[in-house]
Design a protein around this ligand. Structure first.
Ligand SMILES: NC(=O)c1ccc[n+]([C@@H]2O[C@H](COP(=O)([O-])OP(=O)(O)OC[C@H]3O[C@@H](n4cnc5c(N)ncnc54)[C@H](OP(=O)(O)O)[C@@H]3O)[C@@H](O)[C@H]2O)c1
Length: 245
């Protein structure tokens, strides 16, 4: 099951933010292998090697100047932008289980990485999308950011910042759709994927429900390939199913 990305006019120029992450790296690999893709700009906080079709640059979603500089180095016409950054736990900070775990700095940091960073990526990268023909901006969100689906609680900062991300994507989809009728702005839920982000929380995940990054990347590209402007501003899972906000 390989997404051929034939819904785009090729050759496709793509940008992946968070290219050093588990899913981000797999997305760069899958895009570089795709014959319709001409070039991938792989953005990460750390230096990654250039290779065939892949140009690596440093960028941090928590630093707007670095995003603006990266966008200035992106192809003038960029058909596909995927934000694969995100943070669930960092250093000694585990996700907040209870109200007494909340702290202002920690909450602000979750919002900075999970919501504000992708919003600034929308600001700097969507002007590069073509005015006609398919173009997709997709940010990796999470099912747990769905307010109506929240039945188990916990993970305050992660859930709330992903819910904020979903709203930012929806709002941008309305604005961008006015000028770019063929553009699709999406939140994507990759499933539970075996990466550093999910590592501490994999104990109760059935092996068949724990995806490899390569599988998740192929599924996400297939969802992107199938997506139409009628779906802009929505949150889609790895299997293409719409997740209610
Ligand atoms: N893994 C899962 O089961 C799962 C489930 C649902 C949703 N997701 C979502 O999928 C996306 C990718 O996650 P992943 O599983 O690939 O995780 P990952 O391997 O930890 O990669 C996340 C990447 O986000 C960037 N990042 C993390 N913390 C940051 C910070 N403080 N400041 C700036 N950038 C930061 C880094 O990119 P660089 O190293 O390139 O700078 C990092 O490699 C996230 O949005 C996550 O919420 C994952």
């Amino acid at each position: 099951m390989v997404a051929d990305l034939s819904s785009f006019q090729s050759p496709i120029n793509a940008v992946v933010l968070g290219a050093g992450g588990g899913i981000g790296a797999a997305l760069v690999d899958a895009l570089a292998d795709n014959p319709h893709v001409a070039q991938v700009l792989a953005l990460s906080r750390r230096a990654l090697p250039d290779r065939r079709k892949v140009q690596a640059e440093i960028a941090d979603v928590t630093d707007e100047r670095s995003l603006a500089a990266a966008a200035a180095r992106a192809p003038e016409t960029t058909h596909l932008v995927i934000v694969a950054t995100g943070m669930l736990h960092a250093g000694e900070h585990a996700p907040e289980k209870q109200l007494r775990d909340l702290g202002a700095d920690r909450l602000a940091y979750s919002f900075a990485v999970n919501a504000i960073g992708p919003a600034l990526a929308l600001k700097h990268f969507t002007p590069l999308m073509p005015r006609q023909g398919k173009a997709v901006f997709a940010a990796l969100s999470a099912r747990v950011g769905s307010i109506s689906d929240n039945r188990s609680g916990g993970w305050y900062g992660y859930r709330a910042s992903k819910a904020a991300l979903n709203m930012l994507l929806r709002t941008a989809a309305i604005e961008i759709g006015a000028k770019r009728k063929d553009a699709v702005i999406l939140g994507l839920h990759p499933g539970t994927v075996d990466t550093g982000l999910s590592k501490p929380f994999q104990a109760n995940v059935k092996p068949e429900k724990l995806f490899t990054p390569a599988f998740a990347a192929e599924r996400l590209l297939a969802v992107i390939d199938d997506a139409t402007p009628a779906q802009t501003g929505t949150l889609l899972a790895w299997d293409g199913a719409a997740i209610p906000f």
